[in-house]
Ligand binder design. Structure first.
Ligand SMILES: C[S@@+](CC[C@H](N)C(=O)[O-])C[C@H]1O[C@@H](n2cnc3c(N)ncnc32)[C@H](O)[C@@H]1O
Ligand code: SF4
Length: 470
């Protein structure tokens, strides 16, 4: 346990999170009792003194400038004198790591300089530095263009059951069946009105991602109606990618795949999360490993340009052995993309609120699992192409998208790097409007179907604002 005393507001978030890398329990405090470890800041005109006490006695201190990075670094260094950090990402908390590299590349720093900066100014470990650079350079090659085009995200907030780790704004389709028809009616209306606005403003859509939830939870007819509407507006030659997150194998049928193929979708996600039946049961997926293999066989028949499979490392009941089996099995299917997440304990999830029911892997086990993933991916021609970290991610690791050569997903890179306009339709998405190079605003959509329907006018107003029509 460590207490953080006298921390200015502007530094509290970073101080808490950096301290947690060294001490599991870090707490802001006003108390003056001097037991255990305490961090204290004293600010003078143009410098800060960061002191570490133990039982009232000072054991180390650092002087830094008042600029945020410099204070964070001083805290990191002071804490490093008594404990080892649990993260290879140094002082990067609440920041997308690849973005830091892009900024340095924007400023024309050369690669060796960047490596030095990441090590000295951020305390990032060598392996992560190499990984971040590999991803950033790939992204610059693949997506640092077409800045005038728009990506569309269309959300379908229904799933066949709610997974215990998930906090996405989704509804159990069995419990909320009555909402599906009205939702799809409004969504189709929003699609039409948005495309009309795009026409007026002469904006080109070059990428579509239908996500959720699980878009294939809805019926084939509903899916067909939505895809037909989109088809009436788009020019397939303009699209560099068109994805649907089929996600759950228990929602995939031959008929739905025919519909998906008919309307020109090029990329489909079929997500096992794990190939262990024991794990799948514990996370409430309501499908088995066999269901995934069966669904994959049908998907393969349709020869999409790209199939993605999502996995999560660190799920309850998973062991190093069962994780290895999952990775081996998924790699042997040869999907074009494999996205490997590390479990994040999300506030609104069942796992977070019932932690005693779940047996979660420790940080060193996760580390071993991820080492295996990395090795297996590289041996089989899968290269990392996008990367992000989430709050409360186990072991402070990351999520990595892997792809076979030339099969990287444009949308996934764009959504993380935030240099492209993304217009989100339906429930749950967030539009990103680029104001100028490297500066954007987020415009979140409603998270509930009920709000979406009752406040539909506001949705269209937001679209107009996004497109500078009001
Ligand atoms: C938007 S979700 C939807 C995918 C789809 N509905 C499905 O479950 O197959 C995208 C991915 O995020 C990952 N994910 C969701 N919640 C997570 C969590 N708490 N920690 C780590 N990864 C998570 C899962 O791998 C999931 O497939
Ligand atoms: S992980 Fe996917 S299927 Fe599970 S509840 Fe979340 S969105 Fe739905």
């Amino acid at each position: 346990m460590i207490k953080l005393r006298n921390i200015p507001n502007r530094l509290q978030y970073d101080f808490m999170h950096i301290s947690k890398l060294f001490f599991k329990d870090a707490q802001l405090t006003d108390e003056t009792i001097d037991d255990g470890y305490v961090i204290e800041i004293v600010q003078n005109d143009d410098e800060m003194k960061i002191s570490l006490f133990f039982d009232g006695k000072i054991i180390n201190e650092r002087i830094s400038g008042i600029e945020k990075n410099s204070v964070k670094l001083a805290l990191y260094d002071v804490l490093s004198t008594v404990r080892e950090s649990k993260s290879e990402y140094g002082i990067l908390v609440g920041v997308r790591p690849v973005k830091v590299v892009h900024k340095l590349l924007d400023n024309n720093n050369d690669i060796e300089e960047i490596k030095l900066i990441l090590e000295k100014d951020y305390r990032i470990g060598t392996e992560k530095i190499n990984l971040l650079l590999e991803v950033a350079l790939k992204e610059r090659n693949l997506i640092f263009k077409d800045f005038d085009a728009i990506s569309l995200y269309i959300g379908i907030p229904f799933c066949p059951s709610i997974c215990t780790y998930c906090s996405f704004p989704s509804n159990d389709i069995n419990k909320k069946a009555k909402l599906v028809n009205p939702y799809m009616e409004y969504l189709i209306k929003e699609i039409k009105e948005t495309f009309e606005l795009l026409k007026i403003t002469n904006r080109r859509v070059d990428n579509i991602y239908i996500g959720g939830g699980t878009p294939t939870s809805i019926s084939n007819e509903q899916l067909g109606m939505m895809l037909k509407t989109i088809d009436e507006y788009i020019n397939p030659d303009d699209l560099n990618e068109y994805t649907i997150e089929a996600g759950r194998p228990d929602t995939i049928t031959y008929g739905k795949l025919e519909t998906i193929k008919k309307y020109g979708i090029t990329r489909i996600c079929l997500n096992p999360q794990s190939m262990s039946d024991k794990v799948l049961e514990k996370i409430g997926r309501n499908h088995t490993r066999e269901d995934i293999l069966d669904a994959y066989k049908i998907v393969e028949e349709f020869k999409f340009n790209s199939v993605n499979m999502d996995l999560i490392v660190g799920l309850p009941e998973d062991t190093i052995e069962s994780l290895k089996t999952t990775i081996d099995e998924v790699v042997s299917l040869r999907p074009e993309n494999i996205t490997v997440h590390t479990l994040a304990i999300k506030k609104a999830s069942h796992i977070k609120n019932n932690q005693e029911e779940y047996n979660l892997a420790k940080s060193d086990e996760i580390s071993k699992m991820l080492l295996y993933v990395e090795k297996k991916m590289s041996e089989n021609g899968y290269e990392p192409y996008y990367l992000y970290r989430q709050k409360n991610i186990l072991g402070n690791f990351e999520n990595i998208g892997y792809a076979l050569k030339e099969k990287e997903s444009i949308y996934n890179m764009r959504i993380i790097e935030e240099r492209h306009n993304i217009l989100a339709l339906g429930v749950g998405g967030v539009s990103k409007k680029i104001i100028e190079y490297d500066y954007f605003i987020r415009i979140p959509n409603f998270r509930s179907v009920e709000d979406y329907i009752s406040r539909f006018d506001e949705i269209i107003d937001r679209k107009k604002k996004f497109l500078n029509l009001t």
